[in-house]
Design a binder for this molecule. Sequence first.
Ligand SMILES: [Zn+2]
Length: 113
Amino acid sequence: MHEVGIMHETIALAVRRAREAGAHRILEIRLRVGALSGVVPEALEFAFELLRAGTLAESARLQIVPVPATCWCASCRDEFGVPDLIAECPRCGQPSAELRRGRELELDSLEID
Ligand SMILES: [Zn+2]
């Protein structure tokens, strides 16, 4: 379960940022998770419960912000969502070569005290 390693790094980063800001505790961690990031949100939550004890994030909430997969159509000059992972433009039918969003796995923001 590589979510444990990811969450370990996320908490470490959050704690570092909170310390730099002079915070005593972290109230909330918001994490952007793309539909194609390859991680399971439930596994991230489980890992968070395991790893937060004894850190500044001990009583923090974990907010997972899902990011849907989105492609860019160069012909229509517009974005379209790819819920079924078929990267084909619904307007003109052309396959897209550019995935714009959906691979995110990053700390979005922190609420600290
Ligand atoms: Zn198109």
